[in-house]
Design a protein around this ligand. Structure first.
Ligand code: ATP
Ligand code: MG
Length: 414
């Protein structure tokens, strides 16, 4: 893409409202824009990264046989009364009335809707299991929206629900999805830990959270320094330095950002909502459910908290808004500019997503904006380009190398 066509209004000054580095980067880079407390526009660059996260999620879930659908945001009160949550959910639920005074909420999560869909179509064990997911905007009237996309009142979540006829089958799905989550967070190049968790407003008997390790995280993780034991402090309160309960190693504390949460719901929704099936033995039983969420918009911030270099974003390979940023330093019409244009065209032809800085700006402005955009690979076509010397900069480790046009065009970019 030519940069003259890119709508990415970068900010020169540090925005005052941003307290954490990921939020600063997103605001300064023109990735997001706030419109109300906890409500954000995903600007073109931000939306590009969101779509990349979504596609990683889709690939990993489709691979294990999950079906994507899209449910309505607007949910009638009736279903919530059936599940008992109209009363119990509390003030986080955004409730509204239509012109006839009928009550609705804006979905904070979709157990009620998905359970009502499945109960209408599935009557026999022969049609089970089934796994359904969506990537959708959720609404929660958080008491304290903060840190940009970290705790929004309107945010993007991937929510997935499984329906099984046996607890063994639920266990199998749970493990498959747990592994898919590991794959997703690994592809986002996150350092994370899976911890035992409280089930909160969603309910059920057991759940685990995927915690991205990071000092600004709102959750405290209690973990063993020499085994897999790890738990949210809300579940167990072992002091730092205590022996680990599994007998292996010592307890340590760390902060984490909750990126995902997986639950074995059992029959918490299917029982009150009468989502039943006829089993092999001819008996009518409630369907056994699991539910699994990932905070898609929150992930952007979690990723940036672990991927920056001197206040600059350096996006992980699969999430970078562009693969390569080509920056000519000479003006349009010059020989060096045309060399850069040729590199841009060649790399684009090879399938790379390349950003070409065709603006009539000084080198200083171009570099500043390039820092804010945060592509890992930067090709700088400067004064010596016509002597066959072009600079390739890896922004992750600040490595620079000088290559000729052929080498620039024919190498592989990570
Ligand atoms: P938290 O404890 O952070 O409030 P939660 O337990 O309420 O999270 P879930 O209901 O399990 O969250 O939602 C699934 C995922 O959605 C979470 O793991 C998180 O990544 C994301 N999420 C939840 N609330 C928000 C929010 N207000 N803004 C952005 N993402 C959110
Ligand atoms: Mg919450």
């Amino acid at each position: 893409m030519k940069q003259t066509l890119l709508f990415a209004p970068t900010l020169r000054d540090m925005p005052k409202e941003a307290e954490v580095i990921s939020h600063k980067i997103l605001l300064r880079g023109g990735y997001i824009k706030q419109t109300a407390a906890g409500v954000y526009v995903y600007m073109p660059l931000g939306y590009k990264v969101i779509k990349k996260v979504e596609n990683i999620i889709r690939e990993e879930l489709d691979k294990i046989g999950c079906n994507e659908l899209l449910m309505p945001t607007l949910q009638g009160k009736d279903l919530w009364v059936e599940s008992g949550r109209w009363e119990n959910y509390g003030k986080e639920l955004m409730r509204i009335k239509d012109r006839h005074d009928r009550e609705f909420c804006l979905g904070p999560t979709h157990e009620e809707v998905i359970t009502s869909i499945v109960r209408d179509y599935i009557t026999s064990y022969k049609k089970l299991p089934v796994a359904l997911y969506q990537i959708q905007t959720k609404f929660r009237d958080e008491f304290r929206p903060r840190f940009g996309l970290m705790r929004g009142r309107e945010f993007i979540m991937k929510d997935l629900y499984t329906f099984s006829s046996t607890y063994e089958d639920l266990d199998e799905w749970y493990l498959k999805i747990r592994q898919a989550y590991i794959n997703i967070l690994t592809r986002c190049e996150l350092n994370f830990r899976i911890v035992n968790a409280c089930s909160g407003n969603i309910g059920g008997n057991s759940s685990e959270e995927f915690m991205v390790l990071c000092d600004i995280g709102e959750d405290t993780i209690v973990y063993s320094d020499s085994s897999d034991f790890a738990s949210n402090i809300e579940v167990v309160d072992y002091p730092d330095g205590a022996p680990s309960p599994d007998g292996k190693g010592t307890i340590k504390h760390a902060k984490g950002i909750e990126a995902g949460h997986i639950f074995k719901l059992g029959t918490k929704y299917s029982e009150p909502m009468k989502a039943t099936f006829i089993d092999k033995d001819g008996k009518t039983k409630p369907i056994i459910m699991g539910c699994y969420g990932i905070g898609v918009s929150r992930l952007l911030m979690a990723v940036l908290e672990q991927h920056y270099n001197n206040d600059r974003a350096v996006w992980p390979k699969e999430l970078s808004p562009f693969d390569i940023h080509v920056i000519p330093l000479d003006k349009e019409g010059t020989e060096n500019y045309n060399i850069a244009l040729n590199i841009y065209n060649e790399l684009t032809k090879q399938g790379y997503d390349v950003l070409f800085d065709d603006r009539n700006e000084s080198a200083g402005v171009k570099f500043k904006d390039a820092d804010l955009i945060g592509c890992r690979n930067r090709i700088i076509v400067g004064k010596k380009a016509n002597e066959g010397i072009i600079e390739l900069k890896d922004m992750l480790n600040n490595n620079s190398s000088e290559l000729n046009v052929n080498e620039i065009i024919n190498r592989k970019y990570e």
